[in-house]
Ligand binder design. Structure first.
Ligand code: SAM
Length: 273
């Protein structure tokens, strides 16, 4: 997958050289190119922002450098901009924005099927909206939020999205089943729709805290049941909204008992018979 990133802070993307993403680059699974927006600013000060029309605080990123940067990057990548890419492949422009659509694991899975992603990292009060409108007539554009909070720039949001997308590409994470079993993993296994529970490793006892006996038992069925109980408890405690989204019949009588013991009310129709 090719990933182009446009930013006024190219140094922000140093972490992409590290860890799993660094290895994915070395193996040629991802090809990341970081571009300094100021290369396309035409004045001596390489200005990329101006005061907002209509007044108000802060500055807005001007359309000129953005338009030229995106035209040049799309042309260099050989993107056909004669019509908008249909969903499910090709090139997509992602514009991080707190007012965008929420980024979820499902979005990451969708983007992982694309050949080419371009991230346009805004700063200040964001990018002049005409850039998004105009480029959107030629390439698929998504304004995407990584959460209900405001960052000072699109760079950390782009890093989050690139990490979540790249680890879904074949060959990036060693054990593919660990991705499917993750929280939000989207697998069809016993933990589908639930958060992952707690994990333990050696030593068996640490500062007086012992590993739950069942994990040492070798009884795979008992371990699987314990893990599901823990997932249910954690989901009820941290993200009760997810339990409301489980498909009908996803919870059996034991699950319902675990949730009731955790103080979470479960509707009768959620229970498989
Ligand atoms: N005035 C803007 C608003 O309220 O929508 C916030 C601008 S913010 C200070 C500057 C830039 O940070 C945005 O243009 C966007 O690129 C990025 N950003 C901030 N919060 C974000 C979030 N939750 N998700 C994605 N990008 C975000």
């Amino acid at each position: 997958m090719r990933i182009d990133i446009v930013t006024i802070f190219p140094g922000f993307f140093g972490p992409l050289q590290l860890s799993l993403l660094g290895k994915a680059t070395q193996r040629g699974i991802i090809d990341v190119r970081v571009h300094d927006l100021r290369e396309w600013a035409n004045d001596p000060h390489r200005t990329v922002d101006d005061a907002p029309f209509g007044g108000g605080p802060g500055m807005v990123m001007t359309p000129g450098p953005w338009g030229e940067a995106l035209d040049s990057i799309l042309a260099r990548a050989g993107v056909d901009t004669s019509s908008v890419t249909p969903p499910g492949g090709g090139t997509r422009l992602i514009v991080p924005s707190p007012s965008g659509v929420p980024f979820r694991q499902q979005s990451a899975a969708g983007y992982a099927r694309c050949d080419h992603l371009v991230f346009a990292c805004g700063r200040y009060e964001g990018i002049d909206t005409r850039v998004i409108e105009e480029v959107g007539t030629r390439v698929a554009v998504d304004e995407v939020s990584v959460g209900d909070y405001v960052l000072s720039g699109g760079e950390p949001a782009a890093l989050i999205m690139i990490d979540a997308i790249a680890r879904l590409l074949p060959g990036v994470v060693g054990n593919a089943s660990s991705v499917a079993d993750d929280s939000f993993g989207g697998g069809t296994g016993p933990m589908a729709g639930l958060l992952e529970g707690p994990a333990y490793t050696r030593p068996r006892e640490w500062r007086g805290r012992v590993v739950p006996e069942v994990l040492l038992s070798g009884d795979h069925a008992a371990i699987a049941r314990w893990r599901r109980d823990q997932s249910l408890r954690r989901t009820a405690a941290h993200r009760p909204d997810l339990l409301g989204s489980l498909p009908a019949g996803a919870l059996n009588a034991r699950d319902r008992q675990v949730l009731a013991d955790a103080g979470f009310p479960v509707m009768a129709e959620d229970v498989a018979h």
